[in-house]
Design a protein around this ligand. Structure first.
Ligand SMILES: Nc1ncnc2c1ncn2[C@@H]1O[C@H](COP(=O)(O)OP(=O)(O)OP(=O)(O)O)[C@@H](O)[C@H]1O
Ligand SMILES: [Mg+2]
Length: 251
């Protein structure tokens, strides 16, 4: 079923509902990403951005709807899920590196354990990835010895080591100061230029304007706008998006 057909999205969410107890957080989410597309997901705090991202690789269960990667439903559990998850990289606000492992070990662990990549090959690839994120000299360091921006770039290298088809980012720079933020955004922009398919939750509007192919705005668990950034920023169609932008742009 996987194909390069331009008509088939690489990632597709259809009719996704999600509740926590009695609280419905996502309502009929329809979202498609084509190969190489960069989508920035915007919305107020509590609107469901993280939940949506976490549903994609089933860190959260869903109550209704479907999630397809290259036309194939994400499995519910087990080895099949692990195999599909390996194709969907994730980068969080809090880096989530293993503190007792070196940078190199952080990057090689999953390829060796989950994908069975030979250790020597995984190490070679980790060095390439570290060079790509500007940290060629940090292979032997421990996370605590790195700045936040450096740790986040290691987290990106770690995600890339699995050779994912899609990368999901949940506020990757919101724990960072401006200089470190830019280091991380530069790496993300470069990935976008190289054709990586990315779904990004961020409040970095400059990044959204420059790098996104499309901005999707979510309000109270519903996607209410989806437009190219120049259109969205020039004239959001809903009051909620206008209100959101007026708050965020005056910070
Ligand atoms: N594990 C959970 N249990 C119960 N409620 C949850 C859980 N996770 C999220 N929620 C609720 O779901 C709603 C959406 O949360 P979510 O974290 O997806 O929002 P968000 O858009 O990412 O917000 P923020 O911008 O603050 O990160 C919120 O009302 C939140 O309280
Ligand atoms: Mg969130």
């Amino acid at each position: 079923m996987p194909s390069d057909s331009p008509s088939q999205p690489l990632l597709r969410l259809g009719g996704v509902d999600k509740s926590f107890g009695a609280h419905q957080v996502l309502h009929g989410i329809d979202l498609e990403l084509r190969a190489g597309e960069v989508v920035v997901l915007l919305g107020a705090s509590g609107s469901g951005k993280s939940t949506l991202i976490r549903c994609v690789n089933r860190l959260e269960t869903i109550d209704a709807g479907e999630i397809l990667l290259d036309g194939v439903p994400m499995p519910l559990e087990g080895r099949e899920l692990a195999r599909m998850r390996a194709q969907v990289g994730m980068v969080f606000q809090s880096f989530n590196l293993f503190g007792h492992k070196t940078v190199l070990e952080n990057i090689t662990l999953a390829p060796v354990r989950v994908k069975g990549v030979p250790k020597e090959r995984a190490i070679e690839r980790a060095h390439e990835l570290l060079a790509r994120v500007g940290l060629a000299d940090k292979a032997a360091a421990y996370p605590a010895q790195l700045s936040g921006g450096q740790q986040q770039r290691v987290a990106i290298a770690r995600a890339l080591a699995m050779e994912p088809r899609v990368l999901l980012f949940d506020e990757p720079t919101s724990a960072l100061d401006p200089e470190m933020t830019n280091e991380v955004l530069d790496v993300m922009s470069e990935l976008a230029r190289e054709g990586m398919t990315m779904l990004v939750v961020t409040h970095e509007m400059g990044f959204a304007r420059r790098v996104a192919d499309r901005v999707v705005f979510i309000d109270a668990g519903r996607i209410v706008e989806s437009a190219p950034p120049q259109d969205f920023f020039a004239g959001p169609r809903t009051d909620r998006a206008r209100e959101f932008l007026s708050k965020i742009l005056t910070h």
